[in-house]
Write a protein that binds this ligand. Structure first.
Ligand code: DNO
Ligand code: MN
Length: 357
């Protein structure tokens, strides 16, 4: 695939080197971010320029940013949101100056994606991340403790220490924010930033809520097709788009992921795809799995076929992978299994392309 990417956390922050990524066959893009800029602040041009140069010097491209996170004041709808929205517009402008085409973001209150086990053992001796409902019946603090204990000393995106320290205060601040209020706040944000995106040709790509269900009583507004229709209508523009994360959406068995791809790629609302597989364990519990269809519950061939049939020419990356071959890096973001994932996805793509010539 033309724009196959690999998420990278930056020098000193990632045990994987750009030169390693360069050697994964068929990989042209790095999906990066400036992870140390506090949420809500403007991303300085010099820092973007340096990252861009570093990636290009390694023979790769940087056209997708994941993520420029949204300040909680925007999601809560506090008066201070206007200041953070202005900063966000400035960041869009600065990123555009260095050829960034897509910004992935999410609109989940307080937590980013949630897993209850970061090293769930699989029968082949590898480990992967899992979600079991029995562990989220308790308090959010229990999950935080378990994430901190299990992340091999790495900071996981969305689980930054300064963010976790604030969790209690944030729960209080979100107490009047239900789904409807959160949607209003998303619309307010989109109405403010999409004209800037149009002007500078940067497409927003909202990531689904993960898992796609309300958690700890917090509202979730991108769980399924119906939610996507509502978000799409909030601001009619192709710059108001989605990241279709096959794993996140696929965690609800009622979501028909290939059908969602067909519908939203056709409408040119899905500039970015996260490809990964998950396996159901009963009771709505799941663990992540290797990318192969035979290893999980999602049909990755049907997913790639849906992309092919709709003429997808956007950006794609393998999402999480297992820890294999003794690799003990940031959970979900090792080199080996994500590289295997890329090779498999590219293999499916070649077969589908040739079959349809
Ligand atoms: C989960 C991952 C997420 C994602 C962020 C985007 O499926 O892809 O960590 O990167 O939610 O903001
Ligand atoms: Mn994802």
């Amino acid at each position: 695939m033309k724009n196959m990417g690999f998420r990278w956390y930056g020098d000193g922050n990632d045990s994987i080197k750009l030169s390693d990524i360069r050697q994964i066959p068929g990989t042209t893009q790095v999906v990066g971010a400036l992870f140390d800029i506090p949420v809500g602040e403007v991303w300085p041009k010099e820092r973007i320029a340096a990252l861009k140069k570093e990636v290009e010097d390694a023979g790769l491209k940087l056209e997708v940013i994941e993520s420029v996170n949204i300040h909680d004041d925007i999601k809560i709808g506090l008066p201070s949101r206007d200041k953070y929205i202005e900063n966000y517009k400035e960041t869009i402008k600065n990123l555009a100056a260095y050829g960034i085409k897509v910004i992935c973001y999410n609109f989940m209150p307080i937590f980013d994606w949630v897993r209850t086990d970061l090293h769930y053992p699989l029968p082949d001796g590898s480990t992967d991340m899992a979600f079991q409902h029995k562990y989220v019946e308790g308090s959010p603090e229990d999950i935080i403790k378990s994430v901190e204990k299990n992340s091999n000393g790495y900071v996981l995106p969305g689980w930054e220490p300064e963010r976790l320290a604030e969790v209690k205060r944030l729960f209080e601040a979100y107490k009047d924010v239900d789904e409807q209020k959160l949607r209003e706040n998303l619309k307010y944000f989109l109405d403010a930033i999409i004209p800037t995106c149009e002007k500078y040709d940067v497409r927003m790509a909202m990531h689904p809520d993960d898992p796609p269900m309300p958690l700890f009583g917090l509202p979730r507004i991108y769980k399924n097709r119906e939610d996507m229709l509502k978000i799409e209508q909030m601001h009619e523009s192709k710059y108001n788009g989605f990241t279709i994360c096959t794993g996140s959406l696929g965690e609800n068995p009622n979501n028909d992921v290939p059908a969602i791809i067909r519908e939203f790629v056709k409408k040119d609302r899905a500039p970015f795809i996260h490809a990964r597989n998950i396996k159901f364990m009963g009771n709505g519990d799941f663990h992540e799995s290797a990318h192969l269809s035979s290893e999980g519950s999602l049909d990755m061939y049907e997913i790639m076929k849906a992309l092919y049939d709709t003429g997808f020419d956007g950006y794609i990356r393998p999402d999480h992978g297992r820890d294999i071959w003794g690799e003990e890096g940031r959970p979900g973001y090792g080199l080996y299994d994500r590289a295997l994932g890329i090779t498999y996805l590219n293999g499916l793509w070649e077969a589908i392309t040739k079959e349809n010539k």
